[in-house]
Every structure is written in C-alpha cells, then in structure tokens.
Ligand binder design. Structure first.
Ligand SMILES: [Zn+2]
Length: 293
C-alpha cells in the first residue's frame, strides 16, 4: 500500500516536471515569436539607395523584405554594384527595370541577371544594336527571363509601394534618352519620382499628371536638357538626387539645373560628393543619409 502511494507520488512529480518542461518550451517559443515580430517591424519600411556607380545610374528600392532595381549602372561599375547588393543581403528582385538601353544604365545588367533571381523584368519599348544591349538579352535568354515593356500609365506594386509609368514617348524618338521609363512611386503618404534620362520632351508630356513628389531623382545626371522650370514647379520636391560621376567629361550636373534646384529651396544630394545616398521612410517621414560626410 505504502509502495503504491510512493509510486503515485513519483508519477505526480514526474508529471509536474513534464508540465514544467512544456511551460518553459511554450514561453521560449512565444519569446521567439515576439523577437521575429520585432525584426519584421524594423523591416517594415522603405529604403531607397541611390547607388554611387560613377557616371552612371542605379537605384535599389527595398519595400519590407522585397527589392526593386532601377537600372544597373555601367559595365565599369558592375562589380561594385554586385558587391553593394550582396552587402544589402539581396538575392532576388521582384522587379528589375532597364529604363533605356544606354551603357550607363544597362552596362551592369548582365552581371545582375547572372547573379540574382529576377521575378519580373521591364524595359523600354525600344531596341538597339549595341553589344551591351545584346549582352543583356543573351544573359536573359540564358536564364530564361522574359521581359515586358512598360507603357504610359502601366502600374505595378510591391507591398505598399505603388509604381506608375509616366513616360509617354515610345514611338518616333530620335534620342534614346526619351525612351526612358519614368516611374513615380507612392509609398503611403510619401512620393518619389525616378526620371532616368528623360529630357524636357518627355517632361512636357507629363505636365498633366500628378507629379508632386517628396524626392526627385533628377533626370539625365543633371543635364540642362531636362528638369525644366515648368516641370520642377509641379514636382515641388523637398529633395533632389543627382547620380553623377566625379569630374565627369560631360561637366554634369549643369549649373542651370543646379541653380533651378537651389532657387526653389530644394535640398540637393549628388553621388559624386555624397557617395551612395540612402532614403528611408515609414510612409510619412523621410530621412536621408549620405555615405560620405
Ligand atoms: Zn544616363
């Protein structure tokens, strides 16, 4: 009888220990869940890197944990670009956009296609016969990536970020710059305009749209053939970002454009002085940091 009682006590103690182990395990898993939520909360925002790729152009957009790449710089800067993207932890792009087939925008595209997974590839509705362009198409064929063109008012989204194409010239263009895919991105209450190398020919066709943006990626590396006063007065950006190479032979950005920007009290950032420029936002506030201070 006493033995039986002892066995009951043993069983009870054993159950108590098991219950304790289960409670500890549940608490631990809850703690882990909370940790994951905190990490996600920190990631739950927008980050745009206007990457210093010399006299070329490339911007990385992160929305939560998803990535978009607008242009891939030149071949010369392509290793630096790939290293930068790896340092950011990028393995896959939801969208890659080749705004127009000039070397300073698509020169690094072959390396991007070779090194990263790409879910959607957009390019301008033009073709050219340069080796750079053919290299890009060959790389896409090797990875079985098909491209789509983006036309006026075509749109796509990545989580809360909505992109709309505002470029309208795709036929009868003389200048490939005017084939540039122009994108406006709305992220909750904040707005961003990516002009690629569009000239004032394209700008004129955009004036009827809602252009107002917090951050303007200045067209064509700050060339005087873009960023007209009429256009700028509708965009009304707080910040302007110019992708431009140090001491470039084209002497960009032009003084006319710089004066226009400064004259409108717009804060100007440029990759030749500031290095890679990073814009972060929670959808309401915008913070800008520079690589070089
Ligand atoms: Zn360019």
């Amino acid at each position: 009888m006493r033995r039986r009682v002892r066995n009951y006590i043993r069983l009870f103690l054993l159950l108590l220990i098991i219950a304790n182990i289960i409670i500890v395990a549940i608490n631990k898993s809850q703690a882990q869940t909370q940790e994951v939520e905190v990490v996600n909360l920190n990631n739950n925002n927008l980050e745009i890197s206007y990457i210093d790729v010399g006299q070329a152009d490339s911007a990385l957009i992160r929305v939560n944990d998803k990535y978009v790449l607008i242009d891939a710089g030149s071949r010369e800067s392509s290793n630096k670009l790939v290293d930068f993207l790896h340092s950011k932890g990028v393995t896959k792009f939801e969208y890659v956009v080749a705004t127009h087939p000039h070397e300073d925008h698509i020169g690094g595209m072959k390396k991007i296609i070779d090194n990263f997974e790409i879910a959607n590839f957009y390019m301008a509705d033009v073709i050219t016969t340069t080796k750079t362009f053919e290299d890009m198409l060959d790389a896409m064929a090797d990875k079985k990536i098909t491209f789509k063109t983006l036309n006026l008012l075509d749109s796509f989204n990545v989580d809360e970020a909505n992109f709309v194409c505002l470029s309208s010239l795709s036929n009868n263009i003389i200048n490939l710059n005017d084939a540039s895919i122009v994108l406006k991105m709305d992220y909750l209450k904040t707005k961003y305009l990516f002009m690629a190398d569009a000239t004032d020919n394209v700008e004129r066709n955009m004036l009827d749209y809602d252009l107002k943006s917090d951050v303007l990626k200045v067209a064509h590396h700050g060339s005087k053939y873009s960023t007209s006063a009429a256009f700028l007065s509708l965009v009304e950006p707080k910040y302007a970002i110019i992708s431009v190479g140090k001491d470039n032979v084209y002497k960009l950005p032009s003084d006319q454009v710089l004066n226009r920007l400064y004259g409108s009290n717009i804060k100007v950032y440029r990759t030749d002085f500031d290095g890679t420029i990073t814009v972060t936002s929670d959808g309401e506030n915008i913070k800008i940091t520079k690589e070089v201070n």
